[in-house]
Design a protein around this ligand. Sequence first.
Ligand code: ATP
Ligand code: MG
Length: 264
Amino acid sequence: MKNIILHITKLSKHFALSQSVMNRQTAEVLSSVELQVERGTLSTILGSNGAGKTTLFNIISGFESCQQGEIWFYPSGKNPVKLLNLKAHQRAQAGIGRMLQGSSVFARLSVEENILMSAAPGKSWQNFYSSETKTGGQHSLLVKRAAGFLTRTGIDYEAVRHARAGTLSAAGQRLLAFAMLYVSEAELLLLDEPCSGIHHDQLPVLAAALEILLNEHKTLLLIEHNLDFVSMIPGTCHYLTEGHIQQSGSTKEMVSLYKNEQGC
Ligand SMILES: Nc1ncnc2c1ncn2[C@@H]1O[C@H](COP(=O)(O)OP(=O)(O)OP(=O)(O)O)[C@@H](O)[C@H]1O
Ligand SMILES: [Mg+2]
């Protein structure tokens, strides 16, 4: 029997095209999406621009509402959580981690401050600093673990720890974001296009970082257009089109389907 961590049923979402009460036109983006994610695995969502992939992540993490559907999250050793009943910060505290499309770190904070932020999902920066005194050595342990992760991915932690995160290369910033998720207590990580803007030569480094996250028993749900990257780490793939998951299968099958559909 499959060990499911996330179960989405009949999820539908439309956006209002006008604020006017006279004009109630809407655009349906997601229509009865059904998705199951198995614990400890990598699942990738493929779909063309505007297919609704980020909207789906926004609904899971609580940044957007939806009109219909249910999402159940099954954290290990805890009671199931009906995600749609929770606010975004409560979902983060329940174990949903997120890497946003286009930006993944706090550019003006140092590398080390970014890592420390991952210790307190859903807390303000001020609250975070006041919790430091309560948690004692916990934060230095976090930094040590993140430093270990970054070192394994080829980053000299001591050389960059006080640098502003925004000064790292694009790949360095993604690796820092992965390190933050690595040390966080999040079990399910939603990664939205981590390879966008990344040089082809750096893809194996990011793929190796995802392998480390998987070995740490994280569950990864990935959105990615870079098919070379997707093919580097086999898992389950879902093809999102016309508002729903049209087909699911192995990475190889779904990449081939996607290429055929996109004519590339
Ligand atoms: N807040 C919003 N209001 C109105 N329409 C929106 C809103 N957010 C997204 N959309 C529309 O919903 C559709 C899906 O957007 P979404 O960002 O989920 O696509 P995507 O699959 O992530 O695309 P990409 O691969 O380009 O990132 C698009 O047509 C987009 O314009
Ligand atoms: Mg998107």
